[in-house]
Design a binder for this molecule. Structure first.
Ligand code: VAH
Length: 320
């Protein structure tokens, strides 16, 4: 029985639906700091939860008889840079409450890290699973501290903590919020809406990205992996592609030849992106739990555009 925090977010809403398909609607309790009428709240139990309230976190998990916690509630990189103190309180306070709840109830815990956990001095290409991590953003500091905290709870208390270093995630079901890699989602949405996009990230800025279906399957595959195979726990590098805005535009133009891309750089988010790797190495995830990504850039583009056009035609709620 699973409790998901941040269930209305970009990852949460799709992961909730997938887990309900696999384990049944009632087995998955979705929670978030706000409520709105989406599938994540309508297709099964939902509860308002502020993850910085440790008692409320424990009560929600205990009343749901949770044996697994998927902790996604967080402030992402760009927002965290504008509100660093709130980011520390939410990202670290929330994670500590998730860990303490998992310890009290004996739950397995998934908590995501990010390529943001690497910094400007980290090798940018073929970034190893184990390497220098001195991130220069509040979000990156939260992610490194989170990786270490989750390892600590595994070694000290035997809590089955597991996590992935997510790259930028691209999806159409729910808009991303406050990230740096959101530009990639915005580009697809605007390609469909207006046929043009002004990118706040510059050409030549290569970042790791992955399509949401691959991210969802990776979470499930890692959580179900044979623990005896795991040499790492809370920070597996995973990615499907290393792209810059130009590469995405070329892929979009295979379907929308007139798509126009220009640039209006956001110094804050460009500086964040410049501190991140270009292309990370995923060999540990492959060796320890058979990670593999199904979607490359063009396959992702085709699915994104057809899904977004479908939403536009039928006016469905979502990223558009
Ligand atoms: C962000 N989408 O941009 C998140 C993610 C690697 C990027 O951590 O902050």
């Amino acid at each position: 029985r699973i409790l998901i925090t941040g269930a209305l977010g970009q990852i949460g809403c799709e992961l909730a639906n997938r887990l309900r398909q696999l384990y049944g609607d009632d087995a998955v309790l979705t929670t978030d700091i706000r409520q709105d009428l989406t599938e994540a709240t309508l297709s099964g139990p939902f509860r308002l939860l502020d993850v910085t309230d440790g008692n409320a976190f424990y009560e929600a998990a205990q009343e749901h008889r949770a044996d697994t916690i998927i902790h996604l509630a967080a402030l992402l990189s760009a927002t965290a840079e504008t509100k660093p103190m709130l980011a520390w309180q939410l990202n670290m306070g929330g994670l500590l409450n998730a860990l303490e709840t998992a310890r009290a109830l004996g739950c397995q815990l998934f908590a995501p890290s990010s390529i943001a956990a690497f910094g400007p001095d980290t090798p940018k290409n073929g970034t190893p699973q184990d390497t220098l991590q001195r991130p220069a953003t509040m979000y990156g500091i939260n992610k490194v501290a989170g990786e270490l905290l989750c390892d600590y709870y595994f070694h000290k208390y035997g809590i089955d903590t597991r996590g992935l270093r997510f790259p930028g995630l691209i999806s159409h079901a729910a808009p991303p919020g406050g990230g740096t890699t959101d530009y990639a989602v915005d580009m697809y949405v605007n390609a469909v809406k207006t046929g043009k996009y002004t990118s706040y990230i510059d050409k030549g800025t290569f970042l790791d990205m992955m399509y949401m279906p691959d991210a969802i399957e990776s979470v499930i595959k890692l959580m179900e992996a044979d623990a005896s195979r795991l040499k790492h726990r809370n920070a597996f590098n995973v990615t499907a592609m290393s792209v810059d805005p130009e590469a995405i535009a070329v892929s979009i133009r295979r379907r929308l030849p007139n798509f126009e891309l220009d640039y209006g750089i956001d110094p804050l988010r460009q500086a964040i992106a410049d501190g991140w790797p270009d292309a990370i190495d995923v060999s540990a995830a492959r060796e320890e739990w058979d990670f593999c990504a199904e979607y490359d850039l063009d396959k992702m583009t085709d699915d994104m555009l057809s899904s977004l056009f479908g939403k536009q035609l039928y006016g469905k709620k979502g990223a558009i």
